[in-house]
Design a protein around this ligand. Sequence first.
Ligand code: OAD
Ligand code: ZN
Length: 245
Amino acid sequence: MNMSSEKVNIRDIILKSKYIVALTGAGISAESGIPIFREKNGLWTKYKPEEIASYEAFKRHPDIVWQWYIMRMKKIKKAKPNKAHHILSKWETRGILKSIITQNVDGLHQGAGSKNVIELHGNIWRVKCPECNSRKFLDKIPRYIPRCKDCGSILRPDVVWFGEQLDPEILATAYNEAKKADIMIIIGTSGIVYPATYIPIISKNEGAKLIEINPNDTALSNYADIIIREKASISLSKLDKLIGI
Ligand code: OAD
Ligand code: ZN
């Protein structure tokens, strides 16, 4: 669907809605300079996920895994929230957007001021002890492999790795938001990682309209009622102007 021919329709749909929820993925942070995972130049074309983002890899080579996370932390630390993050934050303040469900671990939504952010895959700035489960936020990028103050084990990034379950409480919160949504805006995700990709389907089954914002076709495109085939910052700026709040 073409945005210009749908302008009136989108404006109407958004202004009449009562509960908008956003689902975001790596694409929303791409314009902040953080590489996405898939497609050309994506992180998973350079690294094998199972060799970096799995508990087995961490057990076998905690040094390699930490090196990779430290490299990502450095990139993320330099990154600033972009226009897309800022518009979502503004929409929350104005009461238009109720929550953001994100697959990103970069914290840029919170950096832009968003409050109700559900982090499905954890946060790169938090570490967890695999033995005693204690968690803490890092105040700086570690120079050495960090260890647990309580039990001495090597700490791990508190992110969800391949083969791991999502935190059931966080997932339940996300599903609940998905059920309440009358519009879900899906921004910058390829929609192939389960269970995140199931979230818009829940909304759709409950009668919500799905708006996809992505320069490329995705696994969720077929379910979308409205598709805006442009980068997140451009699409959201246009929508923001259109609804004029
Ligand atoms: P992907 O890398 O799979 O997909 C990124 C999406 O962003 C693609 O569909 C791109 O077309 C789109 N994109 C690129 N630039 C964009 C821009 N400027 N504006 C809008 N969209 C843009 O990333 P995710 O779908 O987030 O999981 O990946 C999901 C999960 O897979 C990640 O959370 C991570 C990864 O493995 C874990 O680490 C558990
Ligand atoms: Zn411990």
